[in-house]
Design a protein around this ligand. Structure first.
Ligand code: SF4
Ligand code: SF4
Length: 222
């Protein structure tokens, strides 16, 4: 999933400073799972903003709404009936959701209330960790299911580097060396021969280096 964290309150107050009536919009998908921008977080932020602005002597009207998915134009359309009543839309979705809403309602400021972080998974209650960098050409089948791009600090394709010590990355003793994890997993799978195969330099054209990416599924086009 895409992970995110609410922006610092000072920044949010700065962003909404010019406005007197805002629509605070959450998203029921990833940001709900990582407790950044679901219905509950919308309610909490709305009440903090009302109180904060009251204290500043500049009362703010905040209405709340949570869409099924903000990154889908079909769901963003649900705002059409109400957005005209507001000075701005404040989105608690990831950057994809913010941009989908902004593209649809071009005459209205659409402001991000969260910082989008990374594609990750839940490690334990309240802990999420980066797992995929969206490189566009997955090599997990060769690396025992451990991503050398998202999980190695240097994105090394043929690791480990000289800094790996006792299974930890030289960047921090709190970070597992991705290549140690890869080795351990390949051993477990009986696939250590994959470890000795030199991987060719990665072709980054399938990643962000080739410019903004699109997926076009001709079979789904209407
Ligand atoms: S190899 Fe690429 S697609 Fe696969 S998990 Fe890593 S970054 Fe994601
Ligand atoms: S110590 Fe391991 S994880 Fe850290 S940069 Fe080197 S190979 Fe990558």
């Amino acid at each position: 999933m895409i992970t995110a964290e609410r922006k610092p309150m000072e920044e949010i107050f700065r962003l909404i400073e010019p406005y007197g009536k805002i629509l605070l919009v959450g998203c029921n998908e990833c940001v709900t799972v990582c407790h950044a921008g679901g219905r509950k977080e919308v309610a909490m932020l709305a009440s903090a903003l009302r109180m904060g602005r009251m204290k500043l002597g500049a009362p703010l009207t905040v209405d709340e709404l949570t869409l099924e998915r903000q990154c889908d134009p079909e769901y963003a359309e649900e705002l059409a009936m109400v957005v005209d009543q507001y000075d701005a839309v404040c989105s608690m979705a990831c950057g994809c959701g913010v941009q989908t809403v902004a593209e649809r309602y071009q005459g209205l400021p659409v402001l991000p209330m969260v910082n989008t972080e990374f594609m990750g998974s839940s490690e334990s209650n309240g802990v999420w960790a980066e797992r995929c960098a969206g490189c566009g050409n997955c090599v997990l089948g060769l690396t025992g299911g451990i991503c050398p791009i998202a999980r190695c600090s240097k994105r090394i394709f043929n690791g480990p580097c000289g800094g790996s010590t006792k299974g930890k990355c030289e960047v921090s003793p709190d970070i597992d060396c991705a290549w140690q994890l890869i080795w351990d997993r390949l051993k477990q799978l009986g696939q250590t021969e994959l470890y000795s195969q030199i991987m060719a330099p990665k072709d980054w054209r399938t990643a962000r280096d080739g410019g903004p990416r699109r997926i076009v599924r001709e079979d789904m086009a209407i």
